[in-house]
Design a binder for this molecule. Structure first.
Ligand code: ADP
Length: 682
């Protein structure tokens, strides 16, 4: 018997053979403890988990048989799952004739929590309970029901589990046995057919938990219908059948007597959910399918189920998650839809079916016209696939648009989670998709937006929205308003505090509050909405004044030309193009405005990016001083009195304050502090 050194140790002591148990890996043990001591009421999901593993094992075998000549005897029609109830021994066995597991695989798959989904669950569950084995509350346990923790969930109902498995292509079989946390053992055994038997020895019944119900035909039948109906392989079980006894005429009784016979029955309908008629599918079924299939704790926000008949026939079942997947912004995230050919999975992540900006959508496409053996390269060229992808993109877009219109609160939830990729989509490729996406964008705004909760709602309920669409903004624009105003900084509060924002609001105009780094880039690439240009309130070019006001300002600036020339030189900062008076600041003394396409905020974003040669990009700015603020008079006086030393210091202070307001670092904080203290003790 060939064994890995650390698997099972046989110790020969005289004539006795001791078999040492292997310990579970630490995190598996913890999860196991949790399962064994589970108080979770939804223990029944263990069956769903083993059935789905069995179905995966059948899929894997079929997949492999397409390319592996030694498995040419595998026929799709022979693949099945069987459930055997043994009341006498209190065992429930789930058998499959799938790919099976080798000794190493039994060790790897069942001795540790190897799979990412399971691991993720474990992390969520035990991250707060790091050091001690703690009672896990019902709340957290409920996650198990929604998510499933695979094989280990069997320990919620089992006192002992044996897994007998024979891998495809191998002539050896092994049995893995465990009674729980103490560990497990693996031994060689014999098994006729390829595949895996999971033998669950049910726990003894207690007051609260009647584990023996899992030996009843009725229970199993219901559980399969509830959770595993769509499994594409037959799930067979011996069931009782009542057949009328032939009537004996001599016997006067009118009542028909029945005989109980045993018959093997297929418990599942085998129709995948997406192939069923929409009207026959309950919301619950859609949700369950999503949570199980895509391993999400939470219900989806929305689903889109379509059947297309025509030149190409296909079905799609798409889901929008209600939250950002934990790995969404990492390089491990794989976008794409599952691709099926008439119910058989041919690719897990078909990237070409989704544009990046809808990469958060999960789901599948099933087409009868696709070949089973189609390779990845051919798929990319496939005309049919391209058409399907195009249709999917426009379907998602129109569904999102209608969600925005009719189910605003949920759309905002979606946008909070996935607004970023949609915005990037509008910007990417020099804005090639901007027109497609512009009406799906939401922005914060100074306007308190009251929107209908649901357009079809008779009660006309409204709610306060955090966002506005561009269309809504434009519809509120004043007659004399030429541009769509926006301010940008790291947070909404900071933007609202910008003096320039206050000035625009004072004129009665609405300002979009751009608090995400990509926002301003998106607006710049869009240039305008509905012919209305976007204008940064901090840009020099912003035009709010009347002709007289402009004339008056020009005059005061002209008068102080020399003062400003001196101040500009005193700063010695090449990015400050000019110093001048302004009337756009209400009570604030000073601000920085930008000139040209790079705003101060964009400069910050570009400089924060990994080095791509952006670091030297600097906004060209103008230091504007409020002509109506007492500081203006003070500066003029100093210049007149030739108090150059102090004027220099004041100028530096003004520039540094303007920078701080904009959220920019000051060049020389020590000098700033020294000047402040010097003036304080004067
Ligand atoms: P998950 O299903 O999330 O991967 P499980 O704990 O349910 O995690 O199972 C762990 C692994 O054990 C599976 O990924 C699979 O490789 C293997 N496995 C479980 N059941 C079977 C089976 N019936 N046939 C073959 N392999 C199986």
């Amino acid at each position: 018997m060939e064994r890995r050194k650390d698997t099972i140790i046989f110790l020969l002591k005289g004539s006795a053979v001791y078999m040492a148990k292997k310990q579970f890996k630490a995190e598996s043990k913890r999860l196991l403890d949790l399962m064994i001591n589970s108080i979770y009421t939804n223990k029944e999901i263990f069956l769903r988990e083993v059935i789905s593993n069995a179905s995966d094992a059948l899929d894997k075998l079929y997949f492999k048989s397409l390319t592996d000549k030694s498995l040419s005897d595998v026929k799709q029609s022979d693949l099945k799952i069987k459930i055997v109830r043994d009341k006498e021994n209190r065992t429930l066995t789930i058998k499959d004739n799938g790919i099976g597991m080798t000794e190493e695989e039994l060790e790897k798959n069942l001795g540790t929590i190897a799979q990412s989904g399971t691991l993720k669950f474990k992390n969520e569950l035990v991250k707060d309970n790091e050091d001690s084995k703690q009672q896990v509350d019902e709340d957290k346990m409920s996650l198990i029901g929604q998510f499933g923790v695979g094989f280990y969930s069997c320990f919620m109902v089992a006192s002992e589990i044996s897994v007998v498995s024979k891998a495809a292509g191998s002539d050896k079989a092994y049995i893995w046995t465990s009674a729980g946390a103490e560990g497990y053992s693996i031994e060689e055994t014999s098994k006729d057919e390829r595949g895996t038997d999971i033998i669950i020895k049910l726990k003894e019944d207690t007051e609260d938990d009647k584990y023996s119900r899992y030996l009843e035909e009725y229970t199993i039948d219901n559980l399969i219908k509830k959770y595993s109906d769509y499994i594409r392989y037959p799930i067979l079980m011996n069931c009782e059948k009542r057949v009328p006894k032939p009537k004996d005429d001599k016997d006067g009784s009118k009542e028909t007597e029945y005989e109980i016979t045993i018959e093997e029955r297929t418990l599942n309908s085998m129709v995948p959910i997406w192939k069923k008629d929409k009207k026959d599918i309950k919301d619950e079924e859609y949700k369950n399918f999503y949570m199980q299939k895509f391993m999400d704790f939470d219900e989806p926000l929305k689903w889109i189920h379509t059947k297309v008949e025509g030149q190409y026939s296909y079905s799609t079942l798409l889901y929008i998650p209600s939250h950002v997947p934990y790995d969404y912004f990492s390089k491990d995230f794989k976008k794409g839809l599952e691709l099926y050919s008439n119910g058989v999975l041919i690719m897990e992540h078909c990237e070409d079916l989704l544009p990046d900006y809808f990469g958060f959508v999960k789901g599948l496409v099933d087409s009868e016209d696709l070949s089973l053996n189609i390779s990845r390269e051919i798929l990319q060229q496939d005309k049919q696939l391209k058409i399907i992808a195009k249709n999917i993109e426009s379907k998602i877009r129109s569904e999102l648009a209608s969600m925005l219109e009719n189910d605003r609160a949920n759309y905002e939830k979606l946008f909070k989670a996935f607004g970023m990729p949609i915005k990037i989509g509008a910007y990417d490729g020099y804005g090639m998709n901007k027109d497609k996406l512009k009406d799906l964008l939401l922005f914060h705004s100074t306007h308190e937006n009251e929107v209908p909760l649901n357009k079809e709602d008779d009660k006309k309920e409204t709610y306060k929205s955090d966002y506005t669409t561009l269309k809504e903004y434009v519809s509120r624009m004043k007659e004399d308003q030429k541009e769509i105003y926006y301010g940008s900084s790291e947070t909404i509060d900071k933007i609202k505090m910008l003096p320039q924002v206050e000035a625009v609001m004072d004129k009665g105009f609405e300002v979009l509050l751009l608090d995400e780094s990509v926002d301003e880039f998106v607006l710049q690439i869009m240039e305008n909405y509905d012919g209305k240009k976007f204008a940064n309130v901090s840009a020099n070019s912003i035009d709010l004044d009347t002709e007289e006001e402009k004339e008056a300002l020009k005059k005061v600036n002209e008068e102080s030309k020399d003062l400003f020339g001196f101040m500009k030189d005193a700063l010695g900062d090449s990015t400050i193009k000019e110093v001048r008076f302004t009337h756009r600041l209400k009570n604030h003394p000073v601000c920085l405005t930008s000139e040209g396409i790079v705003s101060v905020e964009m400069q910050k974003v570009l400089n924060a990016m990994p080095d791509q040669g952006n670091q030297n990009i600097k906004a060209q700015t103008v230091l504007e001083i409020n002509e109506k603020h007492p500081i203006a008079e003070k500066l003029k006086e100093m210049f007149k009195a030739d108090n150059k030393e102090d004027l220099k210091k004041y100028t530096k202070l003004l520039l540094d304050s303007a920078k701080l307001i904009e959220g920019l670092p000051v060049d020389n904080p020590t000098e700033l502090s020294n000047i402040i203290c010097e003036l304080m003790v004067k």
